[in-house]
Design a protein around this ligand. Structure first.
Ligand code: 13P
Ligand code: SF4
Length: 336
């Protein structure tokens, strides 16, 4: 067996191709060439590192990326994001080859909601409609009535009759935000995003005192205490658009740091301060999103591996609630 075959065989164990990449190679040019040669599209989430955002064909939030994955005519979708996003792309566009640079790129929300436990949870609330945040596995999607993202969650909840109870999973923070905002009867799965629950209220208050003109903007995956003092709450795209249209000059940004790249690009003269975490690590960098690198993207495109494969029965079941979400979003003019 050649060295290459050996490494590819090992892929299942380590999740990515660990070949040495020639350090003199111009990765930007090499990736561009491979994209053209293979008719591949590179989709990237806003939480990717700046270089990956710069070489992507399309950057978006979860909803926009799902919409793009559904409509693309490329033969290959290279997903620079996390596993549930690549799964969603495969569910929506099964004839395309979907590849992602590192299979280990999970998500604390998706990983904290296992199908067997969720099935038990569901049994406790017969007659309730199930809305699952898109940050969950295909198995959880298949057990749901609707999928939502942070940019369409309010529309999806409002699509359920007012007198019907709702099970909302797996993000309790987004769920709590929706319960308060929409005044609905919802039972929440006890999950959270490891990045958005790490912000320190005390340090943010201190930062606000030091920068009295700075507005605090926060993603609804943040804890209630942070959302309570936020000047604006919105999805990744919502936050980005807000900074481009609002007239403040300084913002404390309570979400993953990757978005600061586009915020700074969109408003070069404004100041963006990442909200501080409750310890000294770089915890508001998502460790899953940041597993992707230019080197891994190059190797992934070159060998078309790792590939996201899915059982057809599961795919069809998981597609039903996603299709409902796509339809509601389209009617509401969301994403795009
Ligand atoms: P959105 O991109 O939909 O705002 O979601 C944020 C997130 O945490 C993605 O993993
Ligand atoms: Fe999951 Fe949070 Fe990372 Fe998004 S930022 S992928 S919700 S862990």
């Amino acid at each position: 067996m050649t060295d290459i075959q050996e490494k590819i065989k090992n892929l299942n164990k380590i999740g990515y191709l660990d070949f040495e990449v020639d350090p003199t190679l111009d990765l930007f040019a090499a990736i561009e060439n491979l994209k053209k040669e293979k008719n591949a599209v590179l989709l990237a989430h806003y939480y990717q590192e700046a270089d990956i955002q710069d070489i992507a064909d399309f950057i978006g939030d979860s909803l926009q990326l799902a919409q793009k994955a559904q409509s693309t005519t490329a033969d290959i979708i290279l997903f620079a994001g996390v596993h549930f996003m690549a799964e969603t792309a495969k569910i929506l566009n099964p004839t395309k080859k979907v590849i992602l640079p590192d299979l280990r790129a999970g998500c604390s929300l998706a990983d904290g909601c296992l199908p067997e436990e969720f099935a038990e949870f569901k049994k406790k609330f017969p007659g309730y409609a199930v809305i699952s945040y898109i940050n969950c596995s295909a198995e959880i999607k298949a057990m749901s009535d609707y999928i939502c993202t942070s940019s369409n969650a309010e529309f999806i909840v409002n699509a359920i009759p007012k007198d019907q109870g709702i099970i909302f999973a797996p993000d309790k923070n987004l769920g709590t935000y929706l319960v308060k905002k929409l005044n609905r009867d919802m039972v929440l799965w006890d999950g959270a995003c490891m990045v958005h629950e790490i912000f320190s209220l005390e340090k943010i208050m201190h930062l606000k005192e030091k920068n009295p003109n700075a507005k605090l903007i926060a993603h609804p995956e943040c804890e209630t205490a942070i959302l309570n003092i936020a000047d604006y709450i919105g999805s990744t795209t919502g936050l980005l658009k807000f900074t481009m249209t609002d007239d403040a000059q300084e913002y404390i940004v309570a979400t993953e740091t990757g978005i600061l790249h586009k915020m700074q690009e969109g408003s070069p003269h404004k100041t963006f301060i990442p909200a501080p975490p409750n310890n000294s690590c770089a915890c508001n960098d998502c460790p899953h999103m940041k597993l992707n690198t230019l080197e891994k993207i190059y190797l992934c495109l070159k060998y078309e591996l790792p590939e996201l494969l899915m059982n057809e029965e599961l795919r069809l079941k998981a597609k039903v609630p996603i299709d409902r979400m796509m339809e509601i979003s389209k009617k509401a003019g969301l994403g795009g």
